[in-house]
Design a protein around this ligand. Structure first.
Ligand code: M6R
Length: 606
């Protein structure tokens, strides 16, 4: 939820802390701050708002430190003010934190009773006060850290400076990720590989409960019991180019355009164009499975809905899909012969992770469709099915979505074959169709100008309805989610068949109704819905294909004609127009496309 970085450097760290925080801004951008050791003492600079506000503070008052920590915040406890911005200081201790301390109120009271005072409303400040309390009691820094960690419940990744220690940063993780970066005479701590990517590609991932002390020369890592441990140092590719916008105005725009390549790389990992076979690595016995349970949040959940449609239709395999935040708390009926599949771009979403852990604890085999291959989910599940779309930075998920759907399409084909529902020739036919998707997605992206024209008009709307049937229903949900999150226009996605059961009451001449309807087996029904809406003055934006355009009832305000494709890959091909629609509405409204208000890319707290 927040991003943290720490550098024990041999030269000034100010610019590097800022560079790293900019890479971490996708995790939160309510406030930012840095702290460093200057002449043996810790100084900090903080600002409410985005990193550029902090840069202004640093321009006026630079931090000439070679050892420092930094933080970009997504507010949980305490509003997004400078006072609540990290780093937080208590006595000799200054720290940055990602996560939530659940027992902070009790700890705060306990420390107040000992005479401590607090200057912020955050849960984080109590961690600093606790460590400082332990230091005051005479413990050396690492022991004081451990003693404080033992009193915390909740989730944390922290980076800690201690006044008077000019060759030390301490860190710890539980429930929130933290990596150690190994440089040349310099060491780093960061929320992820992207954070330390510009400085080193040699990284160790701390495990649950680990804590660490880094100095110029080494990292001393301890497990939750206080035993010294070694964690594998891996070479990680986090190329700078992958997180640059290039010639695009926004990451979201770039990532929409990345989709043909991202899907191609993903599809290539799961199908063989020469043999025409689809194969899911990891040894899942699809023939023996009785059920699949998919869990995810937001766009990932919607990709899961499409997975259900694909797997039930092709493989005759019962699939349940549920938002992870509901699933994890409602005591679901789970059976061992069920495969649990989590879907997550980040691999760190707290609810999805907890849902997968619940399934694992009940003896189920677990898998994840994930972008961040070194994430907590990827490390905890039995089977990892990566997507290969590259880092996604825009808060609104686009290329991860189509890559996730690509995986489920391959998975449905592989499962259908394994369960004897299709023969080799049909598998080859379906694989061939899937391999056509990247080219057709590229054609779909070429509709950009037509979509931009629709967006200019839609930007004046107060409410927008998205309707679809079959696989276009999840896509209608995704269209509504994209629009509301980046343009702040109220939008609802509905199964078109539900129109008469309520939402038709919303239809008037001011409400654009986006109907997603390629010329498939649902088309006639969707066309009837279109007529019903138009009969009530509704302004229909009809997103279809050339055959759908030819058969559509007259009267749609706009028709956007995506390329003709097989229904198997229609969700992939039809995704770009709805993403572009949301994007251009947001641009037209002057909204902050890549960092919409109140949101963060990665929701690592409940
Ligand atoms: O990293 P995850 O895929 O687990 O994230 C899940 C959701 O938070 C994410 O899809 C969110 O809904 C996006 N902002 C949607 O664009």
């Amino acid at each position: 939820m927040c991003g943290i970085i720490g550098i024990v450097g041999t030269r000034s760290v100010q610019e590097r802390l800022i560079e790293s925080l900019k890479r971490l801004e996708y995790r939160g951008y309510d406030s930012a701050g840095v702290a460093g050791v200057v002449d043996g003492h810790v100084q900090r600079r903080r600002a409410a708002g985005k990193i550029r506000a902090l840069e202004e503070v640093l321009a006026a008052d630079p931090l000439s430190a070679t050892v420092g920590i930094g933080h970009t915040r997504w507010a949980t406890h305490g509003g997004p003010s400078t006072r609540n911005a990290h780093p937080h200081t208590a006595g000799r201790v200054t720290l940055v934190h990602n996560g939530i301390i659940e027992n902070y109120a009790e700890l705060r009271e306990m420390l107040k009773a000992k005479g401590r005072t607090f200057e912020s409303e955050t849960d984080t400040e109590v961690i600093a006060a606790l460590i400082d309390w332990e230091l005051e009691g005479g413990k050396p820094p690492v022991e004081a850290l451990k003693a404080a960690l033992d009193q915390l419940s909740g989730a944390y990744a922290i980076g800690v400076l201690v006044d008077g220690e000019d060759n030390l940063i301490m860190g710890a993780r539980k429930g929130s990720p933290l990596v150690v970066g190994y440089g040349e005479g310099e060491m780093f701590l960061g929320s992820d590989a992207l954070a330390v990517g510009p400085f080193t590609s040699r990284i160790a991932y701390l495990e649950e409960g680990d804590y660490v002390a880094i100095d110029h020369a080494e990292a001393r890592i301890f497990d939750a019991r206080g035993q010294a441990v070694r964690r594998e140092v891996r070479q990680v590719a986090a190329s700078a180019a992958l997180v640059e916008k290039g010639n695009y105005r926004h990451f979201m725009e770039k990532e929409i355009h990345d989709q043909p390549e991202g899907c191609q790389r993903t599809i290539a990992a799961y199908v063989d164009p020469l043999t025409g076979r689809a194969a899911m690595p990891g040894g899942v016995d699809f023939a023996a499975l009785e059920r699949i349970q998919i869990v995810g949040c937001g766009t990932a959940y919607i990709a899961g809905l499409l997975g259900k449609y694909l797997m039930e239709q092709l493989a005759d395999l019962p699939v349940d899909v549920e938002v992870a935040s509901e699933f994890r708390y409602r005591d679901p009926a789970l059976r061992p012969a069920t495969l649990a599949i989590g879907i997550s771009q980040s691999g760190e979403t707290a609810d999805t992770l907890a849902a997968l852990r619940l399934c694992k604890s009940r003896g189920m085999q677990t898998a994840v469709v994930v972008n961040a291959q070194e994430s907590t989910m990827a490390r905890e599940v039995d089977v990892v099915w990566p997507i290969h779309c590259g880092p996604e930075i825009g808060v609104a998920s686009t290329k991860a979505f189509t890559a996730q759907v690509s995986v489920f399409t391959a998975l449905a084909v592989a499962a259908a074959r394994a369960r004897g529902r299709i023969e080799a020739a049909e598998e080859q036919r379906l694989v061939k169709i899937l391999l056509e998707a990247p080219r057709l997605i590229a054609e779909s992206i070429n509709l950009e100008d037509a979509v931009r024209a629709v967006a200019i008009e839609m930007s004046k709307a107060r409410d927008v309805l998205f309707l679809g049937r079959g696989p276009m229903y999840p896509l209608a949900l995704e269209g509504a989610l994209k629009l509301k999150e980046i343009s702040y226009i109220h939008a609802e996605g509905y199964a078109a068949g539900e129109l008469k059961h309520g939402p038709i009451a919303l239809v008037d001449e001011l409400t654009p109704i986006v109907i997603l309807a390629p010329f498939d087996s649902y088309f006639e029904k969707s066309a009837s819905n279109m007529s019903e809406v138009m009969a009530r003055g509704g302004q229909v934006v009809f997103i279809t294909d050339p055959d759908g355009e030819a058969h559509a009832p007259a009267g749609a305000r706009v028709v956007v004609t995506a390329p003709r494709c097989d229904p198997l890959i229609a969700p992939l091909v039809m995704a770009a127009p709805i993403q572009l629609l949301a994007y251009y509405v947001a641009v037209q409204k002057g909204a902050d496309v890549d960092q919409p208000r109140n949101l963060a890319k990665s929701v690592t707290v409940e």
